[in-house]
Design a binder for this molecule. Structure first.
Ligand code: ZN
Length: 384
């Protein structure tokens, strides 16, 4: 693995161990003089966060910390961050965290100086045009997990608590201007989080690969992302201190989010309502759902999976499915939703919510609410 590298794809991307020390210089380069660092309370307590703050102060930047981001952030949570941003008269956001921290921070940045509400930017039709592009603050993203890829994405998933649904907030200018991808920040992740977030990255690459539509660049990135995950996720879980495994997973995670410009699919269409209804981990949900959704989609993606299998050194679609099952077992992912305490009682509601989730629009098969309910029930009971 190269020690470090810089890419523009299309986000400026600084990759390499130890590069978090470049945070202050990166802010200056982006024209940010008074950043608000947005993160969660767990990360805020770690020494490297104070080191970032101090390096920014030493560089003459004004900087403040907003550390109240919850996992599965809500609209209220974003509003609190936004209040801090406006009160401190900040001019940019340092988004630090896993999916929740990055998504909430990006939502604060897009809302920085808007007169519309957050939900006016829900990813439906041309809603993003409700935002004034001049009112969006620049973002420097520093991921601390390898899964969401939100550091290179143009959307945020935020829970609307009143409606009990996860909504995607979207604006093309929400894509962070720069990423610092420092694998040293992911070394301390526990095994189960490494496994669940890694499977989220796999689901992004895989759903993007299976999505219909012509986007050969995204397709190529997805195949290589899946290959990296096949090679490195078991090692990142087994040996969390392996900096190369951590680095390769960090890149594969960004590749997943780059690839899913092509679209996601039924794994995410189901994982979003399940996350909102049961407050379960997003990556873990995708990991459990993966083989059930692949099996349901198989009639229309058999040829694609055969091709993917060959790229991965596997025999065919059957071999690919067997590999997914084996990978899940190897890294400790449960086989059924029942094993994480989800039963089938709300199957009808889950189906109704999944069918309107925007992720499902690019699933290879257009599932009905009933189809989604059937897949969900199979995943609950572990019926292959
Ligand atoms: Zn995801």
């Amino acid at each position: 693995m190269p020690q470090s590298a810089n890419w523009n794809y299309p986000t400026a991307y600084r990759f390499g161990p130890g590069r978090v020390v470049e945070t202050a210089e990166a802010c200056t380069g982006l024209g940010i003089k008074n950043p608000l660092l947005v993160t969660d309370p767990g990360l805020a307590a770690l020494p490297f966060v104070e080191a970032i703050m101090q390096s920014c102060r030493d560089a003459g930047l004004g900087i403040a910390l907003f550390k109240d981001i919850k996992s599965n952030p809500t609209g209220e949570n974003v509003d609190a961050g936004l209040a801090a941003f406006r009160a401190g008269d900040h001019d940019g956001v340092i988004a630090l965290g896993g999916g929740s921290g990055l998504d909430a921070a990006k939502a604060v940045a897009v809302m920085a100086r808007q007169s519309c509400s957050l939900w006016d930017l829900e990813d439906v039709g041309d809603n993003w045009k409700n935002a004034d592009p001049d009112g969006i603050a620049p973002v420097l993203a520093i991921p601390t997990t390898a899964g969401t890829g939100s550091e290179v994405g143009r959307g945020s998933v935020i829970t609307d608590q009143a409606a009990h649904v996860k909504k995607i907030i979207f604006h093309p200018a929400m894509m962070p201007q720069m990423v610092i991808a420092d694998p040293e920040l992911t070394l301390g992740l526990p095994k189960h989080i490494t496994a669940a977030t890694g499977m989220d990255a796999l689901s992004h690459n895989l759903e993007a690969f299976c999505a219909p539509g012509y986007h050969p660049m995204a397709r190529g990135i997805a195949i290589e992302g899946i290959r990296l995950i096949k090679e490195w996720l078991p090692q990142a879980v087994a040996q969390g201190s392996d900096i190369e495994a951590r680095g390769q997973m960090l890149v594969a995670s960004s590749m997943g989010a780059t690839a899913f410009q092509r679209g996601l699919g039924a794994m995410h269409a189901l994982a979003h309502p399940l996350g909102a209804l049961y407050d379960a981990h997003h990556g873990l949900l995708n990991a459990i759902l993966m083989p059930y959704v692949l099996t349901a989609n198989r009639p229309s993606i058999e040829e694609e999976l055969n091709h993917l299998a060959i790229c991965l050194g596997l025999e065919d679609a059957e071999g690919f499915l067997a590999w997914v099952i084996e990978l899940r077992r190897e890294i400790g992912i449960p086989n059924s939703l029942a094993e994480i305490g989800i039963d089938a009682a709300r199957a009808e509601q889950v189906g109704a919510m999944a069918v309107v989730d925007p992720s499902g629009a690019t699933n290879p098969i257009e599932f009905t609410a009933e189809d989604y309910a059937v897949i969900f029930k199979k995943a609950v009971h572990g019926d292959a």
